[in-house]
Design a binder for this molecule. Structure first.
Ligand code: ABU
Length: 863
C-alpha cells in the first residue's frame, strides 16, 4: 500500500517537472524571440547603475535585484516605452557599507558606458551615493532607502525614492500607543542617521499626542549598556529601530536582562525577513541561541509599510501585483521567500525601474523636441539631468507597490501593516492608513498577562492612617478624661458653699475644666483622617481641630494663668493698696488672652485658610511582582500657604504666656492666699503644662510624618495636661471634703493650709525660739544696767558727802538702795545696735541684722 502510494507521488512529481520544464522552455524561447525583435528596434543602449546590498546590515539586494532584472526585462519588452533604447544595468554590491557603496559609485562613474541614472538601496549607502551623485548631475533613485534624512532636498537634490520614509511608521506607533493607552514609551536606536532622524520625528509626534518618551538609548555596535539602561529606568513600552544584525544583538541582551515577557512590549521594524532571529551572521555574532532570542521576541509588535498593491487591478507593467509576486517567486526559485532579505521591498525595486523608464521615456520625447537625445547625457552638463528631474517629478503611475508619485520631498505615503509574533510566527494585527487615520484591527493580539501591559509600574497610592485600635484606645481615654472633667465640674458646683471650694475661685476652675474638656474633644478630631472623612471634608476638620485645641488651651491654661497672675499681683502689692481678690481682674486677664486667640484664629481662617495636602513617601517594596504594582504611601496634612507664619504667631504668644506663667508660679511658690487657696496646685499645674508643651511641640514637628506616633504623642500630651491639671486642682479638694463632710465651723484651716509646708513650720518654730532667747538676753542686760546705774548713783552720793565734809558745808545724803528699782532716777539707755532684732515676713529666715524691730505688716487677708 505504502509503495503504491510512493510510486504514485513520484509519478506526479515527474509529470509536474515535465510540465514546468515545457513551460519554461516555451517562455524562454518566446522571450528570446521578442528580445531579438526588440533589439532590432531598440538599437540604442541606455545604461543605469545599480547598487545593491547583497549582504550586511540590510541585504535587500537579495530580493530586490531579481525584481529589478524582471522590471528591466518588462520595460525592454514594452514597445511603448523607450522605443529606441534598450535599458541595461550595471549592478554592483555595496554590502550595505557606505564606504564600499561610494567606491561602487565611482566605479560606475569612471567606467564606460555613462550611467544615465543610479538605483540604490540601504539608507546608509544611499545618503553617500545621493550626496556624491549630484556632483555628476546624476539622478539617484532609491528602492530600499527609508532614511527620513533623504527627504532633505538641499542635501539630496537629485534623489527620488519609491521606498516610503521610515517616518511613515511613526504615526502607526503613536496610534498603537493610543489604542493600548500607553502614555510613556522608551526608544532604543542604532546610531545611524536613518534611525536618529526616525526617532527625532517620533519624539515630535508622541509629544503632540501627549505621550512621554521616558528613556532614549542609542548604541553603535554593542547594545548591552543601552538595554541595561532601559531595564534600570523601568522602560515597559520600547520602540526599537535598528538593522536586522543589531536586532539579534538587542534581543539577545534583552533575554539576558529579562527585558521581555508580560511586563514589556517591544515595537520594532517589520521589514526583516520572517525568521531573521535564526540567522547566524559570522560578522555580527551573538551570545544567545536562536531559541533564547525567540523567547525574548515572543509578543513583540512590528510595523512595516504595505508595499504590494492590495487590489487585483492591472498595473502599469500590464500585470497585477499578485502576478508580479508569482513571477518573482518563480524567479527566486526558493521554497520560503520570507527568508529572503529585500523580498518585501521587491515591488518597490520593480516600480523604481518602471519609474525611471517612464521618466526617461518622457525626457526622451522632450529632448526630441529640442533635437536632442538621451544619448547626449553626460556628467558635466545638467541640461538632460534637468529634463530627467522634471520628468521624475511628474511621474505618476500605478505600480505593483501601489500608486507611485514623488512629492517635493520625494516621500511616498502608504498603509502600514502591524504584526505580532505569537508562538514564534508573525500574525497580522491590522492596517493603518495615516492619510485617513483609519485603523483596521483584527483583534488578533495576544498578551501574556491577558491584557496589554501598563506603560510603567503601576503605582497605587495608599493613605497612611492612624491605626484603628490606637484611635479607639486614645479616644476611650479622652472620653474618660471628659467624664472626669464633668465629674469635677459637678463637684465644684455642688460644693460651691464649702470653704475650700469657695476660696478657690470656683468659676475660674470651672473654666479650666471646660478648657481641658475642649482639648480632650480635639483628640477625636486629631484621629479623623482619610479613613473616616472624605478629602473635601478634611479642610473643615482641620479648621475645627485648630480652633478646639487653641481655644481649649486658652481656656484651660488661661484660667490657671489668671489665678496665678492675681496671686502674684496681690503678693507684690504695696502695703497701702487694698489686698483683696478682685474677680473682675481675674476675668480681664482671661478675656484678654481669649480675645487675642480668637483674633488670631479668625484672621488665619479668613486670610489663609487651612487646606488638605498629601505628602508622598518613597514607594514601598513590591510585594506582588505578578501584579506589577508598587504602593506609594501618602499622608494627609492640614496646611495653609503661610503655615509657618501663623504657627509662629500662635506658638509665639502662647509660648510667652507659658513662660510668664512659669515665672509667676515660681514667684508665688510659697505664697498662701486665703482667697485663692489652691494657688500652689495651680502653680504645679502650670509647671506640668509648660513641661509637656515644651516637650511635645518640637517632637511633634519631628514625627509629623509618622501618623501613629504623632497622633499618640499629641493625644497623650493633651490627656496628661488635662488630667493632671484637673486632678491637681480637684483631687485634694475632693479628699478634704470627703474627710470633713459638712463640718463648716471646723474648716478653720483650709485644705491648702493643712498642707502648709514643713519648711514654713520649721522656720516659724525657729523664729519663736530666737525670739525667746533674745527676750531673755534683753531682760538680763536690763538687770545689769539697773545694777550699774544703782552703783553709779551710790558713788556720786558718796563723792558729794566727801566734798561737803571737806568744805564744812551741810550735806544731805539720801540713803540709796541699789536693789530698789522704783527709787532709781529716771534713766534712759539705748541698747547697742548689735542687739537690735527684727522679723521680716518677706525673708525666708525672718532674721535680719541691723534693721529696726518691727511687726510684720501681713494683712488679715494673708495667713
Ligand atoms: N526597508 C528597508 C530599508 C532599508 C534602509 O533604509 O536602509
Amino acid at each position: 500500500m505504502n509503495s503504491v502510494f510512493n510510486y504514485k507521488s513520484l509519478r506526479d512529481v515527474l509529470i509536474n517537472v515535465k510540465m514546468l520544464l515545457k513551460r519554461w522552455i516555451l517562455i524562454s524561447v518566446y522571450n528570446l524571440i521578442w528580445i531579438k525583435v526588440f533589439e532590432c528596434f531598440k538599437h540604442k543602449n541606455l545604461t543605469i547603475g545599480g547598487i545593491f546590498p547583497m549582504s550586511g546590515s540590510w541585504a535587500g539586494g537579495q530580493g530586490c535585484l531579481p525584481a529589478v532584472e524582471m522590471a528591466l526585462e518588462d520595460v525592454n519588452n514594452n514597445s511603448d516605452i523607450l522605443q529606441d533604447f534598450y535599458l541595461n544595468m550595471d549592478p554592483k554590491d555595496s554590502k550595505c557599507l557606505p564606504g564600499l557603496g561610494t567606491k561602487k559609485l565611482y566605479e560606475l562613474l569612471y567606467n564606460e558606458p555613462t550611467k544615465i541614472m543610479v538605483l540604490t538601496g540601504c539608507s546608509i549607502v544611499s545618503t553617500f551615493v545621493a550626496q556624491a551623485a549630484k556632483m555628476w548631475n546624476l539622478i539617484v533613485l532609491g528602492y530600499g532607502s527609508s532614511s527620513p534624512a533623504l527627504s532633505h532636498r538641499e542635501r539630496f537634490p537629485t534623489f527620488f525614492r519609491t521606498h516610503p520614509s521610515a517616518t511613515l511608521h511613526n504615526p502607526t506607533r503613536v496610534k498603537l500607543c493610543q489604542k493600548f493607552g500607553w502614555k510613556r514609551i522608551a526608544t532604543i536606536q542604532e546610531t545611524q542617521e536613518l534611525f536618529t532622524s526616525t526617532v527625532e520625528d517620533l519624539e515630535e509626534r508622541v509629544k503632540k499626542a501627549g505621550i512621554e518618551v521616558s528613556v532614549r538609548q542609542n548604541f553603535l555596535t554593542d547594545p548591552t549598556n543601552a538595554v541595561r539602561n532601559l531595564k534600570r529606568q523601568d522602560a515597559r513600552i520600547i520602540i526599537g529601530v535598528f538593522y536586522e544584525n543589531m536586532a539579534r544583538k538587542v534581543f539577545c541582551q534583552a533575554y539576558k536582562e529579562k527585558l521581555y515577557g508580560k511586563k514589556y512590549v517591544w515595537i520594532i521594524i517589520g521589514w526583516y525577513p520572517d525568521n531573521w532571529y535564526k540567522k547566524k551572521d559570522p560578522k555580527w555574532p551573538v551570545n544567545c541561541t536562536a531559541d533564547q532570542i525567540k523567547e525574548a521576541l515572543e509578543g513583540h509588535i512590528t510595523t512595516e509599510a504595505v508595499v504590494l498593491h492590495q487590489e487585483n487591478t492591472v498595473t502599469q507593467s500590464g500585470m497585477t501585483s499578485q502576478r508580479f509576486k508569482e513571477r518573482l517567486d518563480e524567479k527566486l526559485n526558493v521554497t520560503d521567500t520570507s527568508q529572503i532579505v529585500g523580498y518585501p521591498e521587491a515591488p518597490l525595486a520593480y516600480d523604481a525601474v518602471w519609474a525611471l523608464a517612464l521618466a526617461l521615456n518622457k525626457t526622451s520625447m522632450q529632448l526630441a523636441e529640442q533635437k536632442k537625445s538621451l544619448e547626449h547625457f553626460d556628467y558635466y552638463s545638467n541640461d538632460v539631468t534637468r529634463e530627467i528631474y522634471s520628468a521624475m517629478n511628474n511621474t505618476r503611475f500605478l505600480g505593483v507597490s501601489g500608486n507611485v508619485a514623488f512629492s517635493s520631498e520625494g516621500d511616498r505615503i502608504a498603509w502600514t501593516q502591524i504584526e505580532q509574533m505569537i508562538n514564534g510566527t508573525y500574525r497580522k494585527l491590522g492596517y493603518y492608513d495615516y492619510n485617513t487615520d483609519n485603523l483596521t484591527w483584527f483583534d488578533a493580539e495576544k498578551w501574556k498577562g491577558e491584557k496589554p501591559p501598563p506603560d510603567r509600574t503601576e503605582i497605587e497610592p495608599f493613605l497612611r492612617v492612624v491605626t484603628y485600635s490606637l484611635f479607639v484606645s486614645v479616644c476611650a481615654l479622652a472620653a474618660l478624661g471628659i467624664i472626669f472633667g464633668i465629674v469635677c465640674l459637678c463637684f465644684n458646683i455642688v460644693n460651691k458653699h464649702r470653704r475650700c471650694i469657695a476660696y478657690s475661685q470656683p468659676n475660674m476652675n470651672n473654666i479650666t475644666i471646660f478648657g481641658c474638656m475642649v482639648c480632650l474633644v480635639s483628640i477625636f478630631l486629631l484621629g479623623l483622617d482619610g479613613q473616616f472623612v472624605e478629602p473635601d471634608t478634611f479642610p473643615l476638620i482641620c479648621q475645627i481641630r485648630c480652633w478646639l485645641l487653641s481655644l481649649g488651651f486658652t481656656l484651660g491654661y488661661g484660667g490657671m494663668f489668671s489665678k496665678i497672675w492675681t496671686v502674684h499681683r496681690l503678693t507684690t502689692a504695696r502695703k497701702k493698696e487694698k489686698k483683696k481678690v478682685n474677680s473682675c481682674e481675674l476675668y480681664t486677664v482671661l478675656i484678654v488672652i481669649l480675645v487675642l486667640d480668637v483674633a488670631c484664629l479668625t484672621t488665619w481662617q479668613i486670610k489663609d485658610p487651612l487646606y488638605r495636602t498629601v505628602e508622598t513617601f518613597d514607594m514601598e517594596t513590591q510585594t506582588n511582582t505578578d501584579e506589577d504594582i508598587v504602593y506609594q504611601p501618602q499622608l494627609e496634612h492640614c496646611t495653609s500657604k503661610n503655615m509657618s507664619v501663623w504657627l509662629g504667631v500662635i506658638f509665639g504668644y502662647k509660648g510667652i504666656l507659658l513662660l510668664f506663667g512659669i515665672f509667676l508660679a515660681y514667684e508665688t511658690r510659697s505664697v498662701k492666699l486665703k482667697q485663692v487657696n489652691d494657688s500652689r496646685f495651680v502653680g504645679m499645674s502650670i509647671y506640668n503644662v509648660v513641661v509637656l508643651c515644651v516637650i511635645t511641640a518640637p517632637i511633634t514637628l519631628l514625627i509629623n510624618n509618622q501618623q501613629d506616633a504623632s497622633f499618640a504623642f499629641v493625644s497623650l500630651a493633651i490627656l496628661l495636661c488635662s488630667l493632671l491639671s484637673t486632678g491637681l486642682i480637684f483631687v485634694p479638694k475632693m479628699i478634704e471634703i470627703k474627710k470633713r463632710p459638712k463640718k463648716y465651723n471646723s474648716e478653720i484651716k483650709t485644705i491648702t493650709e493643712s498642707h502648709a509646708s514643713r519648711e514654713e513650720e520649721e522656720r516659724h518654730q525657729k523664729l519663736l525660739r530666737e525670739n525667746d532667747e533674745f527676750k531673755n538676753q534683753l531682760s538680763e542686760l536690763e538687770d545689769q544696767i539697773k545694777d550699774l546705774n544703782c552703783q553709779l548713783e551710790k558713788r556720786s552720793q558718796q563723792r558729794l558727802a566727801i566734798s561737803a565734809e571737806y568744805n564744812n558745808s551741810p550735806i544731805f545724803i539720801r540713803h540709796f538702795e541699789c536693789d530698789d528699782v522704783a527709787s532709781v532716777h529716771e534713766f534712759r539707755t539705748h541698747l547697742p545696735d548689735r542687739y537690735t532684732i527684727t522679723i521680716d515676713p518677706c525673708s525666708d529666715s525672718g532674721f535680719v541684722k541691723n534693721s529696726r524691730f518691727s511687726v510684720s505688716d501681713q494683712d488679715l487677708e494673708f495667713l
